[in-house]
Design a binder for this molecule. Structure first.
Ligand code: GDP
Ligand code: MG
Length: 163
């Protein structure tokens, strides 16, 4: 069975930055099928020799939170259907939002391995601020700076361990 890891979250949290980092040594596979339901990027990656497919979700024309509201349920449902593991990305620079809570509720119901990632944790100050995400009722999150790559190794170790 193939392992498919989807990255979901609000616009601008850093999903595509992480996606591109996963594909560093690979060529991105762009799915050219037209239409919103195919508004995702697929790529191949591997970690310590374990291969997986990664899906970057999120509309490419959509750049505002308001516009995203209509798409969010669709994108999360599609990711939940297709993925075997899900990365839910949050942005510590913006903090916890109602949309984050809504996405988390959907993902929790999916009953698939779920990894909560607090991105843009670029320094110790943000690492501390990340504790606010415990309000989601979660017992673990991964702090990360997708921009620099710090924190990605620990996440990938755990994801491939659960395959
Ligand atoms: P997406 O909309 O969720 O796909 O987010 P993008 O990957 O397009 O990133 C949105 C913006 O956040 C871009 O300007 C990125 O350079 C920036 N960004 C992504 N990851 C980080 C990070 O770890 N730290 C900081 N400071 N900025 C980041
Ligand atoms: Mg993106």
């Amino acid at each position: 069975m193939s392992n498919i890891v989807a990255i979901v979250g609000r616009p601008n949290v850093g999903k595509s930055t992480l996606f591109n980092r996963f594909l560093e040594r690979r060529e991105a596979i762009v799915d050219s099928t037209a239409g919103v339901t195919r508004d995702r990027h697929y790529g191949k990656s591997d970690w310590n020799g374990v291969e997986f497919t990664v899906i970057d979700t999120g509309g490419y024309e959509v750049d505002t939170e308001d516009a995203f509201q209509g798409e969010i349920i669709k994108q999360v449902e599609l990711a939940v259907d297709e993925a075997t593991s899900i990365i839910f990305m949050l942005n510590v620079a913006e903090g916890l939002t109602d949309t984050d809570i809504e996405i988390h509720e959907m993902l929790r119901r999916a009953n698939k391995p779920l990894y909560i990632v607090v991105n843009k944790a670029d320094s110790a100050r943000e690492e501390l601020a990340a504790t606010e995400f415990y309000q989601l009722g979660i017992s673990k999150y991964y702090t990360m700076s997708s921009a620099t790559g710090s924190g990605t190794g620990e996440l990938l170790d755990d994801i491939v361990k659960d395959f």
